[in-house]
Design a protein around this ligand. Structure first.
Ligand SMILES: Nc1nc2c(ncn2[C@@H]2O[C@H](COP(=O)(O)OP(=O)(O)OP(=O)(O)O)[C@@H](O)[C@H]2O)c(=O)[nH]1
Ligand SMILES: [Mg+2]
Length: 309
């Protein structure tokens, strides 16, 4: 009998959840940037290990929410564990060790507080998780052992793995263990399917990734991308997208000098989309100002982010 089930990947913002999801799947299904709060809604990726199909649920980071969008993101992240057959709590080991040793940066301290709140959340939910200590590349083993011991003593973890989602070390063992936890089931997706995000949404995500990669310092969290047209034409796909910023002053940041920045974003997104979608893509980007995009449900509604709960 084949096996199939769900595995939720939870963790503080920037722990490497999307990097791990892509690594387990073996294809890009979720966007990755150096910014915290990149993932805004649960993204599913499908991995295969022997006779098991693992549906990975990459979640938004769990953190102290302020805006309405933040609250919906955190709720969606916790929602991911409810029906999961396995839960992986991914921790940025480098940040934890920096805090324990020399206090760490403000971002490290924030991450450590988020890790504590996740431990409490798991306790409250009565769930056991696999602890995956990530970003071990460049860390000394004895330091990791101390961290592993300290977190394991909380009692919410069934086991510990040490991995680097970035270079792949330890990920094979973790994947094999997740596969063992999948219940007997027929597979949920066809063998060759790796993602279930609708193509127009994936296209918007790819553009958002390029946008963040290029202007992450100047544009903290203040942008969203929506696909407004996605049309098969004789010579390929025509995709039109609007980039929303919150303030008029942010428009020139995205445009850049002589429109160079927007051009770069469009070019990078088009190249990746052409490869992902397997056909020529003609991408048209517009920039619009909308103070309230973060409060609008239509970007996230189709994926079930529940704003009003
Ligand atoms: N050195 C190192 N960096 C990593 C590793 N895994 C992820 N990163 C980096 O950490 C940053 C955040 O990675 P993401 O995968 O976007 O993290 P995330 O947990 O999905 O973040 P959010 O979606 O914002 O919650 C990126 O710059 C990654 O390249 C790792 O194993 N080692
Ligand atoms: Mg992510």
């Amino acid at each position: 009998m084949s096996r199939a089930g769900f595995c939720a990947i939870i963790g503080a913002p920037n722990a490497g959840k999307s990097t791990l999801t892509n690594r387990l799947v073996g294809a890009k299904v979720s966007i990755v940037t150096q910014k915290v709060q990149t993932t805004r809604f649960p993204v599913r990726g499908v991995a295969i290990a022997g006779d098991a199909q693992i549906v990975l649920v990459d979640t938004p980071g769990i953190f102290q929410p302020r805006r309405r969008l933040d609250r919906a993101m955190v709720r969606a992240a916790w929602g991911g564990i409810e029906d999961a057959d396995a839960i992986v709590h991914l921790v940025d080991s480098a940040a934890e060790i920096a805090v324990a040793e020399k206090g760490g940066s403000a971002a490290d301290r924030k991450a450590a507080i988020d890790v504590e709140s996740i431990v409490e959340g798991l306790k409250a939910a009565g769930k056991q998780a696999i602890l995956a200590l990530n970003k071990i590349d460049g860390l000394k083993r004895e330091k990791l052992l101390g961290l592993s011991q300290r977190l394991f003593e909380t009692g919410v973890y069934s086991e510990v793995f040490m991995i680097s989602a970035k270079d792949g070390s330890g990920v094979g063992d973790l994947k094999a263990r997740i596969a063992q936890l999948m219940p007997e089931n027929p597979w949920f997706y066809p063998e060759d399917q790796t993602a279930d995000l609708p193509a127009r949404l994936l296209a918007a995500e790819i553009t958002r990734e390029k946008l963040y990669l290029r202007v992450h310092e100047e544009l903290p969290y203040a942008a969203a991308v929506e696909t407004t047209k996605f049309e098969e034409q004789k010579n390929g796909l025509r995709i039109e997208q609007t980039i929303f910023v919150e303030r008029e002053s942010q428009r020139p940041i995205i445009l850049g000098k002589g429109g160079q920045t927007l051009k770069w974003i469009g070019q990078k997104a088009r190249e990746e989309l052409t490869e992902l979608l397997g056909q020529p893509v003609h991408l048209f980007l517009h920039v619009a100002v909308d103070e309230k995009w973060a409060d609008k449900r239509e970007f996230y509604g189709p994926l079930g982010l529940d704003y009003d709960a």
